[in-house]
Design a protein around this ligand. Structure first.
Ligand code: IMP
Length: 183
């Protein structure tokens, strides 16, 4: 991991989680999912929540050893470094999930507004048979909802981060390591 701070628009970020630690967490999550789904007769849906989960879903997928289908959706709730509290569906499901088991792949759960709204929508409106939540990162000090998070890669303190898919106003998604805001 590079030691240097980085600058995105008006903010400075310092090194936080190196790429190899992220990959180790994804390895562990994949093992847990494989233990639950290996040998399944159905074809579960791996749902990539665009855009933040693209790198996470890409790495996770390569480690899953059962037949699965990738579907994407785009939600939005963040503006700059703050959650707005309102979850918007920016782009609908790229394929139907009726009757299917769905594993949601999220980059980070913060307030949980996005994941809870998404799970509810998949079950109540889209007719999914079952929905599990898999998130690369969790901010447990912020997440106070009762909805179970089935697979969590890593828990982190409540601070704004970028890199490995996570953005500040759409910048920083391409950085392989994770950086935290330097205040
Ligand atoms: P929630 O709905 O509050 O749980 O927020 C979930 C979404 O907010 C994530 O999918 C991210 O897009 C975004 N988000 C939450 N925390 C951060 C962060 O620290 N950096 C960048 N994006 C974040």
């Amino acid at each position: 991991m590079k030691d240097a701070k980085i600058h995105l628009l008006d903010k400075t970020f310092k090194p936080y989680i190196p790429h190899d630690r992220i990959i180790a967490a994804i390895d562990e999550v994949a093992q847990r999912i494989n233990a639950d789904f290996r040998g399944c007769k159905d074809i579960p849906v791996v749902l990539c929540v665009l855009n933040g989960s693209i790198p996470f879903t890409g790495e996770l997928l390569q480690r899953l050893d059962f037949n699965c289908q990738v579907v994407s959706i785009k939600m939005s709730s963040y503006q700059g470094t703050q959650s707005t509290g309102t979850v918007l569906k920016v782009m609908g499901l790229t394929s139907e999930v009726r009757g299917r088991r769905v594993i949601i792949c999220e980059d980070i759960v913060d307030t949980g507004n996005t994941i809870v709204a998404l799970k509810e929508m998949l079950l109540d409106q889209e007719g999914a048979a079952d929905v599990r939540i898999c998130t690369m990162l969790l901010k447990p000090d912020v997440y106070k909802k009762s909805v179970k998070l089935d697979y969590v890669g890593m828990s982190i303190p409540n601070a704004f981060i970028v890199g490995f898919g996570l953005d500040y106003n759409e910048l920083g998604r391409n950085i392989p390591d994770i950086y935290v805001i330097d205040e």
